[in-house]
Design a protein around this ligand. Structure first.
Ligand code: SAM
Length: 205
């Protein structure tokens, strides 16, 4: 990981992803989490305030040291133990069936091999465990999709490999999850190519 990815980008993400309009979506994504939670792409811990009381501990996966450092205050104020358990969602250092629920917000866009990461999330979730997601991805409208395809190469270079055109629900289904809750919408605070959001719950087999 270069200096830009490790030192600069996490600060940009902390500000951009910390914007007030996103808080309502984070709250919805975290509702229903319980027990031992796997959070992939923990970033600067912006979901910590929304973990429900039923959460007993969090295994945080985050490659960027600066993201983890920026999470400092939120980590020390957290009600539950949060451990930085790993650095890469594509290869989780956790046993099979070891987490009750899982969470990813704005991260499936960035992980290089997203299919491998979804396979890992499925592996560590207990059977029937719920994966809560809040992601941006392929827009429902063709005119927006065209813009997303045009912008994506630059987006990936500037934002650590972040894709704009990943079909979130389709990827989850292909990975063997059953999507039981799904809300797709454009975030009001973002231009449509960046704001095509999928918020929901997928259940592991
Ligand atoms: C746009 S940020 C979102 C951060 C956080 N989830 C949030 O909602 O604020 C994407 C995060 O994914 C992390 N990431 C990148 N590659 C990853 C990988 N292979 N495994 C896990 N996380 C990764 C980045 O370091 C970054 O923190």
């Amino acid at each position: 990981m270069g200096i830009y990815e490790d030192k600069v980008l996490p600060r940009i993400i902390n500000v951009a992803c910390g914007m007030k309009p996103l808080r309502q979506y984070r709250e919805r994504a975290c509702a229903g989490l319980r027990g031992r939670v796997l959070e992939v792409g923990f970033g600067s811990g912006l979901n910590i305030p929304y973990y429900p009381a039923e959460v007993t501990g969090v295994a945080a996966i985050e490659p960027a040291d600066t993201g983890w450092t920026l999470a400092g205050k939120r980590l020390s104020g957290a009600r539950v133990p949060i451990e930085r358990t790993g650095l890469d969602g594509q290869s989780l250092p956790l046993p099979d069936n070891s987490c009750d629920t899982a969470l990813s917000t704005f991260t499936l866009c960035t992980i290089p091999d997203v299919e491998a990461a979804l396979g890992e999330i499925r592996r560590v979730l207990k059977p029937g465990g719920k994966f809560h997601f809040l992601e941006h991805g392929l827009a429902p409208d063709e005119s927006v999709q065209r813009w997303q395809h045009r912008i994506e190469p630059v987006q990936k270079r500037l934002f650590g490999g972040c894709h704009l055109t990943r079909p979130v629900a389709e990827l989850l289904t292909k990975a063997g999850f059953t999507v039981t809750e799904l809300d797709t919408f454009y975030e009001k605070s973002a231009p449509k190519p960046w704001g095509a959001a999928s918020l929901g719950v997928a259940v592991a087999p």
